[in-house]
Design a protein around this ligand. Sequence first.
Ligand SMILES: [Zn+2]
Length: 433
Amino acid sequence: MMRRILTAGGAIVAIVAACCGLFISAAAQVTAIRAGKLIDPDSGTVLIHQTILIRDGKIEAVGSDLVIPSSATVIDLSKMTVLPGLIDCHTHLADGAHESDPISQFKKTGAQIALESVPNAQAMLESGFTTVRDVGTYRALGDIALRDAIQRGDIIGPHMFVAGAYVTISGGAGAATGLAPDITLPWDLRYGEANSPWEVRQVIRKLAHAGADHIKVLSSGAVLTHGSNPSSQEFTLEELHAAVDEASHFGLRVEAHAHSPEGIKNAIRAGVASVEHATQIDSEGIALAKQNGTYLDMDIYDEECIQEQGKLGKMPKDFLEHDAQLGQVQRENFRKAVAAGVKMSFGTDAGVCPYGTSAKQFAFMVKYGMTPMQAIQAATSSAADLLGHSNEVGSIKAGKYADVVAVAGDPLADIRLLENIQFVMKQGKIYKQ
Ligand SMILES: [Zn+2]
């Protein structure tokens, strides 16, 4: 006897009652999605009346003339636009509940931060982001624990590719600052500090061993760090070279936080895969990024949240001073980079704005020079390329994870529709419908 059951999470399990007891198998079940419109970011085209066949969490076939097996569970999205699961390349899911001041990190235990991070991951997934590149956490290795708990199925969240910690100079953009110098921080709040090329290599060796998927270095000061100056340079070119070289020995890519023109250019010269923020990039920096194929991962929406929290009196005053004018400068530079044809990925700095609201950045990317298709590509095919995981995510193709989202209407006509994703599937399992 066999019957199919749709579980609360949407997974299909076949329950087989046999002579010797119950066997539960999630394997071999086929799901077919009927897609009215299907956005293919690889080709930048929209396909109509497609069928997506899914088996064991992966896409088996996509086409307009596929035969749907009679045993398949059919999901009808024929009145919707179907897209590959979205990817945010700049998140901080493991920093606990949303707070404007990182000093809040010192008021909580590591366990509190970890448990507060669980809903962050769920909100991210349910908003249509089935993959994130998480680029650092104050409490080192908390992101690795979060990633692994999601992979085991203990908690709900996107595929996470994590940095493990911030690799930063002491007192720098990724350091835990704002405390008196005679307060000794626990190991996990100073894990990524490095002050020479050899210390940079040492930290990266530890992170690789601990299970980091990529390395985050901080090349300039930051807006949202006490005692920091975003226009400054932090790591030297020598230290950045050491980071990229050492990471490469473990097959890891490096992303660099950089606001200042020199911090940005040093990171590109050192060979990082992406520059985060890239706020004050100048024309030489744009040319260098294009020449080197470096991605710019520019968080051009979160200024709205920084200013809003400032008005509510929730944002520390020094952060608002750091931020003065930078938001608009970044948006204008985004426009220049897009016009120059630099590779662009979608990264929001999720955690500055509330988790689950990343899609609000799409409309700003269109406002500042992208076509809607380019904005979608930044969050799908280009993001997957930046991650080095185009074989698994980024488009709806045979062999990749069945990460599928859908919206009513046409997001190419109204990009803001992506702020309200109505269907979310990750690895063949439905999380929102
Ligand atoms: Zn960030």
